[in-house]
Design a protein around this ligand. Structure first.
Ligand code: AHM
Ligand code: MG
Length: 359
């Protein structure tokens, strides 16, 4: 077998030599160090595909579309002020929220990349009222996919250089129905992949395909997402909460009681107002993220399908917990594409602590 620093010599037609002799790849000691990271997202996905003999590569193509479009978005975000793509477009989206120019650019980039993969049957996004059926997807494909996303979450923070991000969720298309909405309205436990990209001080992609959470950092010098953590685990406890506390008077009493408990017990508070940035910090450092029901948003503000569900899958896969307040988020049966939901997620001990106040 080949050893580190050696490569097995190829025989005629690229076959291994009959005697299996190893030839030195580099006669001197390797000059690469342990810190020379050469596992990209692409090589990671291909090696995972190799482990599953029935894999067809269609799913890898979808993640490669997300990878390419988020690199494009990352570049636009970094150059926003230079390229005059900051600020509002002067239009409203389906939620009557003012659309930033970059909201629309990010949405179009994701749709264009995903559409070109013929295993994607439907895309649905925060910025579009109805799910989009991809007209030329491969109808013969027995297991096509649905991709849902928030193209630029927290975009109101864009002008102030705070962390913003893209959140995505991948489901298998339910071909029993001709109505694309029904295929989109699947509970979160059916997600086959989920993740987010944060455009922060660096661009970081965090994803799961249902067996743990992986973290990649975009290396701008080579234009590739490089693997930095193959098994991300959220700390089980940390005395930190992330919530828009200015709304405390309009939270249900039980959430107020939890916050009063936290005030008296040495907690710290951190809140950017961009879900991707706030949840990323919770994933790395621990603690709890909350967006409870308020008088203005009695169901909660965040969207179930492309914000709460993908974040819930990531947090659970990293060993944490995610609830709507009354049930496990991933078990909630959606009824609307843009359905809002209350969010409580983070370190398992801290989520349990909040739940003990809600009971
Ligand atoms: P957006 O998807 O329109 O950007 O809104 C969602 C954002 C989340 O990123 C964040 O958690 C929340 O809105 C902040 O809301 P608030 O300003 O009410 O605290
Ligand atoms: Mg959002």
């Amino acid at each position: 077998p080949a050893q580190a620093g050696y490569i097995q010599a190829a025989g005629p037609l690229g076959l291994p030599p009959i005697d299996g002799t190893d030839l030195p790849m580099n006669p001197v000691e390797t000059l690469l160090t342990e810190s020379d990271n050469l596992t990209s997202l692409q090589s990671y996905l291909l090696s995972e595909e190799d482990k599953h003999p029935d894999a067809t590569g269609r799913f890898t193509w979808i993640l490669s579309a997300i990878s390419l479009s988020t690199k494009f978005i990352s570049d636009k975000v970094r150059r926003a002020r230079l390229q005059d793509v900051l600020g509002s477009l002067g239009s409203q989206n389906v939620h009557d929220e003012s659309q930033q120019k970059l909201d629309v650019i990010a949405d179009e980039a994701l749709i264009r990349c995903l559409r070109s993969r013929n295993s994607v049957a439907i895309v649905a996004s925060e910025e579009n009222e109805e799910p989009i059926i991809v007209e030329n997807y491969n109808q013969g494909d027995q297991r096509p996919y649905v991709v849902l996303f928030d193209p630029l979450d927290g975009s109101s923070n864009l002008d102030t250089c705070c962390g913003i991000g893209t959140i995505f969720s991948v489901l298998e298309h339910d071909r029993r129905s001709n109505n694309p909405k029904e295929s989109v309205l699947q509970p979160g436990y059916r997600q086959v992949a989920a993740g987010y990209v944060i455009y922060g001080s660096s661009t970081v992609l965090v994803m799961t395909t249902g067996s743990g959470v992986q973290m990649f950092v975009l290396d701008p010098s080579i234009g590739a997402y490089m693997l930095v953590n193959e098994n991300v685990q959220i700390p089980t406890a940390h005395k930190s909460y992330s919530v828009n506390e200015a709304y405390i008077e309009s939270f249900p009493k039980s959430y107020q009681n939890y916050l009063h408990y936290a005030h008296k017990n040495g907690y710290s508070s951190r809140y950017v107002g961009s879900m991707v940035a706030d949840v990323h910090r919770i994933l790395v450092k621990g603690g709890v993220f909350l967006y409870p029901p308020t008088e203005k948003a009695p169901e909660g503000k965040l969207r179930l399908l492309y914000e709460a569900n993908p974040m819930a899958m990531i947090i659970e896969q990293a060993g944490g917990k995610a609830y709507t307040g009354t049930q496990r988020t991933l078990e909630l049966q959606p009824t609307e594409v843009h359905q809002r939901v209350s969010v409580l997620l983070g370190s398992s001990d801290e989520v349990d602590k909040v739940l003990s106040f809600l009971e």
